[in-house]
Design a binder for this molecule. Structure first.
Ligand SMILES: Nc1ncnc2c1ncn2[C@@H]1O[C@H](COP(=O)(O)OP(=O)(O)O)[C@@H](O)[C@H]1O
Ligand SMILES: [Mg+2]
Length: 365
């Protein structure tokens, strides 16, 4: 049985619909990441699961029980917020004990729970310190510790790293991944707008956009087989190049002609006879672009901007139309003297995505 089941869940503030048709099952032990652009409803969805926000439509089940009208404290859920407020006059141990003391647990139970949490979070050396004597990352761990001691069924995290600087973000991200490994049976839902956090932490990612779910899948499923152009461009950086094209050969492999004096390219996405001549969008990730000298190229353009990052070089090609995004290639290593040159690019047919009206042809029924 799913730990968490959302059926047709919807949220509206008065006439303003924020979310609709949210259908999702989360199994015990999963680390699910909700990702999406700012304002797409990630926090709202998390707060509905926590019970801090009323559900306008549909049904939410936790552990087989409908909880739409169950108050937050009785849902077996712990939420770790963006800004973590620790009690400044209490030690780490007291901060972590507080909720259990209030709920009348015995001294032994409390000390057992706190010691377990401190061990998982590597906070044992700091139990007698005050929060002011801790680093930002350690304070964040104490905040997480306060939820662990309550042994909830589901942990909810709303952008817990967004207050940390870049280096600490990476370190804490790795700590959260390790924390999850030490608690294999706990279910976690983690909200972020950062696709790198989503890719590195999630067992499955839920991409939210336009008031609904754009796709649910493992990180690599979303990267390798995005269902639509939104997910295709949201996952991966720089974003996937999308080029308008026309199908000129169908079958197990598809040949697409790109316009404006460009070449043609093969894709392993199969097409039917009836697709001949169809307008499609060809998706190629910058890292899948290959420079070619041969006559069989897909795209030819003038390199306008170069960004040398050492391990890779980003090439931005001159735009054909002012309203288009520039085509970007991410080539391994260092490339000198390419600015202003015309380069011909192609890609492995296995790495060429095809979309029609924004939907991947891979998932067509
Ligand atoms: N109390 C509220 N009243 C009206 N609109 C709200 C309220 N809370 C959030 N919203 C709107 O709902 C949308 C989703 O917000 P939110 O869930 O916070 O987005 P995210 O966490 O993805 O950035 C936003 O457009 C926001 O303006
Ligand atoms: Mg939010």
């Amino acid at each position: 049985m799913a730990e968490l089941k959302l059926t047709d869940v919807a949220k509206a503030y008065g006439p303003v619909k924020v979310l609709s048709d949210i259908n999702l099952e989360i199994e015990r032990g999963e680390l699910i990441v909700f990702v999406g652009p700012s304002g797409c409803g990630k926090s709202t969805l998390l707060r509905m699961i926590a019970g801090l926000e009323k559900i306008s439509g549909g049904e939410l089940q936790i552990d087989g029980q409908v909880v739409n009208n169950v108050p937050p404290a009785q849902r077996g859920i712990a939420m770790v917020f963006q800004s973590y407020a620790l009690y400044p006059h209490m030690t780490v141990r007291e901060n972590m004990s507080f909720a259990l003391k209030i709920s009348g647990k015995s001294k032994d139970e409390i000390s057992q729970a706190v010691n377990r949490a401190a061990k998982i979070l590597q906070l044992e050396p700091y139990l007698d310190r005050l929060p002011k004597a801790l680093s930002g990352g350690q304070r964040q761990r104490v905040a997480i510790g306060r939820s662990i001691v309550r042994d909830p069924k589901v942990y909810l995290f709303d952008e817990p790293l967004s207050n940390l600087d870049a280096a600490l973000r990476v370190a804490t991200r790795i700590e959260i991944a390790q924390l999850k490994e030490q608690m294999p049976d706990s279910t976690m839902i983690y909200v972020t707008h950062d696709q790198v956090e989503a890719m590195t932490l999630a067992s499955r990612i839920v991409v939210l956009a336009g008031g609904g779910i754009a796709q649910v899948g493992t990180p690599l499923e979303l990267y390798e087989r995005p269902e639509n152009t939104f997910v295709a461009q949201f996952i991966g950086s720089p974003q996937m190049n999308l080029l308008a094209g026309k199908v000129v050969g169908t079958g197990a492999q598809t040949r697409i002609a790109l316009p404006e004096g460009q070449g043609t390219i093969l894709s392993n996405v199969p097409t039917r006879d009836s697709d001949m001549g169809a307008e499609v969008e060809v998706g190629i990730r910058p890292e899948d672009m290959i420079q070619t000298g041969g006559p069989d190229y897909a795209y030819s353009g003038v390199v306008e901007i170069k960004e040398a990052l050492g391990e890779v070089t980003l090439l931005y090609f001159k735009k054909q139309q002012p309203e288009h995004d520039p085509v970007i290639a991410k080539l391994p290593g260092i490339h000198t003297g390419v600015r202003g040159r015309t380069l011909k690019m192609t890609a492995d047919p296995a790495k060429v995505h095809l979309f029609r009206n924004g939907q991947s042809l891979l998932y067509r029924t």
